[in-house]
Design a protein around this ligand. Structure first.
Ligand code: HEM
Length: 488
């Protein structure tokens, strides 16, 4: 009898769930459970499947019992606006690394999030220290390439673009915030197995991000042993220990001359615990997207010889005319139009953060693209759909063509730039590491291409990509040779 009542209640709940959003276009079966979302994420095709469903059903489409996606840039801007009543969905809390403790990305409390962003902002803003950190790590990457990866006519020494780029970005975060790099670029190894942890955690993260209540259960004192511990020698646990040590050392230091992100956090009143959590989110949110952007842009460049040659010619010409220092300054890179076009086009063609970033519809509901969306519904960003929409980019949207940025008139250029910026989020949720990423990208291509020639080692064995909102990539070896007649 009880079982029958439970079954009936469940059936009523399913029908009601379907009914609430029945008018929003989308595949029928996705309305009843999160099966479709989990299946496509586990398969690793999330970003592609989302785009396909979006192409079929329009700018607002349903992907789950309470989840819809938007491909409308204006809607994302509106939801993220400083005065918007939208809030973050529970999705964000999955990214807590310590039980019941938040960083900027996991905070759901709006007022606290705004307060935290204000005091964190100066640490992320950039400035000479940040640029010095990135220069140091570029130089360590070059040193690693010189020692281990330069091929000659008699010897092939594969350069794994997937691994080495994330080693670079991880060491950048170390230098920028932890008081020094982590030694990842010393020998080109995942010393503390952070990348391995990320891969191992990938499938568990899919389940947790779809069933957020697991976070609440896991945060209870009796169960919070499932969280990583500072005693761990590897993975995120090791980095929690490193973050605690970095913050404690800095708080105790009498010499206050090192003005890196961490000291700027402390100077602006970020508490010890909040600083520890912020260091961790930098690592998880900051290392992978930049590494993915560099490796994919290098892949697009080497697959498009005209673009590759044009970029190298621009760099060589700027060096010959004394417009570029060694290492290149961020301000100098901003003056190289083709470089800027390549960076923009790389990210446009292959957006590197495709997580849904669900926002919650406020009290009273909202009307999106002509559909009423009831209160509490989660609205996500269909980033690939935006970056591959013919409305913004024209008919050759699938193609990597930096020239589209050069050819565009001023109005179109501004429109394209502002659509592209959506990739960093918008308004009060906008990426705090936007400047950091910009400087890394501005420097990396010049520092690599002024010294070396790159070719994909095995074009027939294509890069392996798994995506659940975040990427896992493997098997992208390049042959790197020294450029001839080099005067750089
Ligand atoms: C190509 C590189 C990057 C891309 C495309 C990117 C994109 C994003 C996006 C889409 C968000 C969330 C927006 C939302 O919730 O609506 C975000 C948030 C964030 N990102 Fe990035 N990011 C990049 C690099 C970085 C780097 C290098 C760092 C750190 C050094 C960083 C730190 C953060 C932080 C702390 C947040 C949370 C901000 C907040 O909610 O207040 N990101 N990023």
């Amino acid at each position: 009898m009880l079982f029958g009542i439970l079954l009936l209640a469940l059936a009523c709940n399913r029908v009601w769930t379907w009914y609430r959003l029945r008018h929003i276009p989308g595949p029928f079966w996705v309305s009843f459970s999160k099966y479709w979302q989990i299946k496509t994420q586990m398969k690793g095709d999330w970003y592609l499947d989302l785009k396909e469903v979006g192409d079929q059903y329009g700018k607002l489409f349903r992907i789950g019992p309470n989840q819809v996606m938007t491909t409308d840039v204006e809607v994302i801007r509106r939801m993220s606006h400083f005065k918007s009543p939208y809030t973050r969905g529970p999705f964000y809390q999955v990214f807590r690394y310590l039980p019941n403790q938040d960083h900027s990305f996991s905070l759901l409390d709006d007022a606290e999030h705004t307060r935290r962003r204000t005091i964190l902002g100066p640490g992320y803003a950039g400035g000479p220290h940040l640029e010095n950190c990135i220069d140091r790590q570029c130089s360590r990457l070059i040193d690693l390439i010189e020692r281990k990866f330069v091929s000659t006519p008699t010897e092939y020494r594969p350069f794994d673009m997937t691994l080495n780029m994330i080693l670079f970005t991880i060491d950048c975060i170390g230098d920028m915030s932890f008081g020094g790099d982590f030694g990842y670029l010393d020998e080109g190894e995942d010393t503390y197995r952070f990348i391995k942890w990320n891969e191992d955690f990938f499938y568990a993260a899919i389940v947790i991000s779809n069933y957020h209540w697991l976070i609440k259960i896991a945060s209870k004192p009796i169960l919070n042993w499932v969280y990583p511990t500072v005693q761990s020698k590897h993975g995120i646990g090791k980095f929690i220990g490193l973050a605690i040590r970095a913050v404690e050392t800095r708080l105790a230091a009498t010499d206050k001359t090192r003005k890196d992100a961490l000291s700027l956090f402390i100077d602006h009143g970020v508490s010890k615990q909040d600083a520890i959590n912020e260091l961790l989110v930098q690592l998880v949110a900051g290392a992978d997207p930049v590494a993915t952007a560099i490796r994919m842009t290098m892949l697009f460049l080497t697959s498009n010889p005209k673009s590759y040659d044009k970029l190298v010619a621009e760099i060589d010409d700027a060096i010959a005319h004394g417009k570029v220092s060694s290492p290149i300054k961020d301000s100098e890179a901003r003056q190289l139009p083709y470089l800027q076009a390549v960076i923009k086009e790389g990210i446009r063609t292959f957006p590197v953060v495709t997580a849904p970033l669900f926002k919650k519809v406020p009290k009273g509901g909202d009307v999106i693209d002509g559909h009423f969306v009831p209160e509490g519904t989660e609205v996500g960003h269909n980033v690939l759909g935006i970056m591959r929409s013919t409305e913004h980019w024209g008919d050759d949207v699938e193609i990597f063509r930096p020239e589209r940025w050069i050819e565009a008139d001023e109005k179109t250029y501004d429109m394209m730039s502002s659509v592209l910026e959506i990739h960093w989020g918008s308004g009060r949720f906008r990426c705090l590491g936007r400047n950091v990423a910009g400087i890394q990208l501005n420097k990396m291509f010049v520092e690599l291409l002024r010294r070396y020639d790159f070719s994909v080692a095995k074009p027939q064995a294509s890069l392996k990509i798994v995506n659940s909102g975040f990427f896992l990539m493997s098997e992208l070896d390049f042959r790197v040779t020294k450029r001839e007649n080099l005067e750089n």
